[in-house]
Design a protein around this ligand. Structure first.
Ligand code: AHR
Length: 498
């Protein structure tokens, strides 16, 4: 196969925020995850330093918090001040100590050098509570909320720039769910109040690829929004924890960017795509496992609804399949970088995250290395490229019972805004066959190949087990027509003249 790269045709300049992360008060993402006071690996503020270093190494640019479903019954005042009382988290039906709140979140982001992005409670919360949170974070000193922040020890405003009205308020599983007509009005009025507090914030609201929901939202609140948010998990595991096998996951890469195309089309139709951007602010191949809460009939015993959440911690779940899928999705985000300007991997730490913590250290799961590869080695200028007659493979989705035909390889060509050279991301989805790609690109310089090519489709990392890593290979002087060899089930970045 030949990849034709056209350096003169620029698709877009990707925003680093597409490599963002998400953290929710769920299971061990916060408590026992990033926040582990008393652990020797934590700093004086209780944050795990090994986690901070790992998130810094993937250039984490933005973190969305505190949910997710959790936020739809969360009251931010419970998580600030010197006398924090535990509250019952009605979303996930556990006690939250409130030891980790707004101040801790902002401090964590500052240590990382990441932008804080706060999602507000549009479930049981009010528009006043949402805008009071903006007061607490962003006003200099006017009013009781800014004065409360100062009294809590932060004289300077937190300057939280990114805010969301609500989470997935369209979903029956969400506490305080709304109808499409209720939603548009609530978002508009909440956004108005929040903007009266700080007109400089950027606002998003929960959307999805449903036309009626989005039309109502955009008609009522479009004037107040800078973004709309969409979420997607492909391997749904909430009730039954049976992770999809490699071939099924590859079938799930079929039309992987359908949500983006649908929302882009609607924004175009409404004449808003020049102004409103897409935040894909929850995505993961693997849905989270939390049986008997995302449904009308709740589990009764903790064995039914709580203890099974520990199954998310099984590191053997996160294999080569996760890395290959995540690379295909990040390629799609880069291709749509003109309108998708932010994304958040759900979540960053534990549950289905790319980093797993245990009392004596961390495990970097397979997808972590894709973030490492893309944030470190790929360019920010997305250039046009195409393949004549790309080879296709038929793959069976055993969960659907359907066969899909997908491109065998997923390639993305990039350049750099701050230096010469090119970088080409190349995914070989084939489970057994290597692939050779001829690079049709006029360029000079040394060629270097950075590859994630685990031994099998089921390779994974765990404590004292590292099967997934990045290998580096110097290919010598580049020449037009170079043959790029791709191992089976692999993710690579070829750098030319960088
Ligand atoms: O499974 C986790 C949930 O997925 C998040 O809390 C929510 O935003 C999404 O439905």
């Amino acid at each position: 196969m030949v990849l034709h790269v056209i350096p003169g045709r620029i698709i877009g300049k990707r925003d680093m925020a597409i490599y963002g992360q998400f953290l929710e008060h769920f299971h061990r993402q916060i408590y026992g995850g990033i926040y582990d006071p008393g652990n020797p690996l934590s700093d004086a503020d209780g944050f795990r330093e090994d986690v901070i270093e790992a998130l810094k190494a993937i250039c984490t640019p933005i973190i969305r918090w505190p949910g997710g479903c959790f936020v739809s019954s969360y009251h931010w005042r419970d998580g600030v001040g010197f006398n924090r009382q535990p509250s019952f988290d009605k979303a996930w039906r556990v006690e939250d100590s409130n030891a980790f709140g707004t101040d801790e979140f902002v401090k964590f982001c500052r240590k990382l050098g990441a932008e804080p992005y706060i999602c507000t409670n549009a479930g049981t919360g009010t528009m006043e509570e949402m805008s009071d949170w903006v007061e607490y974070c962003n006003l200099e000193s006017e009013g009781r909320n800014a004065r409360l922040r100062i009294a809590n020890g932060s004289r300077e405003p937190f300057s939280v720039h990114y805010w969301s009205v609500g989470n997935e308020n369209y979903g029956a599983w969400e506490l305080g769910a709304k109808t499409a007509s209720e939603w548009g009005t609530l978002v508009a009025e909440s956004a108005k109040l929040m903007r009266h507090v700080d007109p400089t914030i950027e606002l998003t609201a929960a959307a999805l690829s449903d036309v009626d929901w989005n039309i109502s939202l955009l008609r009522h609140a479009g004037d107040y929004l800078d973004w709309i948010s969409i979420h997607e998990y492909w391997d749904r595991l909430a009730e039954v924890n049976d992770p999809a096998d490699y071939e099924t996951v590859i079938a799930m890469t079929d039309n992987i960017d359908h949500s983006i195309k649908e929302v882009r089309g609607l924004l175009d139709a409404l004449g808003l795509s020049g102004r409103i951007k897409i935040a894909f602010d929850e995505w993961n191949l693997r849905g989270w496992h939390h049986p008997k809460v995302h449904r009308k009939v709740q589990g009764i015993t903790k064995e039914e609804y709580l203890y099974p959440r520990d199954l998310n911690d099984d590191n053997s779940t996160y294999t080569t399949a996760d890395a290959v899928f995540s690379a295909c999705f990040l390629n799609a985000l880069n291709r749509h970088s003109d309108i998708v300007r932010m994304a958040a991997f759900a979540p960053a730490v534990n549950t289905r995250g790319c980093i797993f913590t245990y009392d004596k250290g961390i495990v970097l799961r397979s997808t972590y290395y894709v973030f490492r590869l893309y944030t470190e080695k790929l360019g920010d200028i997305i250039i046009d490229s195409w393949m004549a007659n790309p080879e296709r493979i038929s793959v069976f989705n055993r969960k659907e019972g359907k066969t899909h035909s997908v491109d065998e390889c997923d390639l993305l060509a990039t350049a750099f805004s701050d230096r010469p050279g090119y970088a080409i991301a190349a995914v070989n989805k084939n489970s057994s066959k290597p692939q050779s790609i001829t690079i049709d690109l006029e360029a000079e310089g040394t060629a270097k190949l950075f590859t994630i090519a685990p031994g099998s489709v089921d390779s994974y990392n765990d404590v004292d087990r590292t099967e997934v890593r990045i290998e580096e290979k110097d290919l010598g002087p580049y020449r037009k027509g170079m043959e790029l060899q791709l191992a089976p089930h692999s993710v690579s970045v070829l750098q030319i003249g960088v």
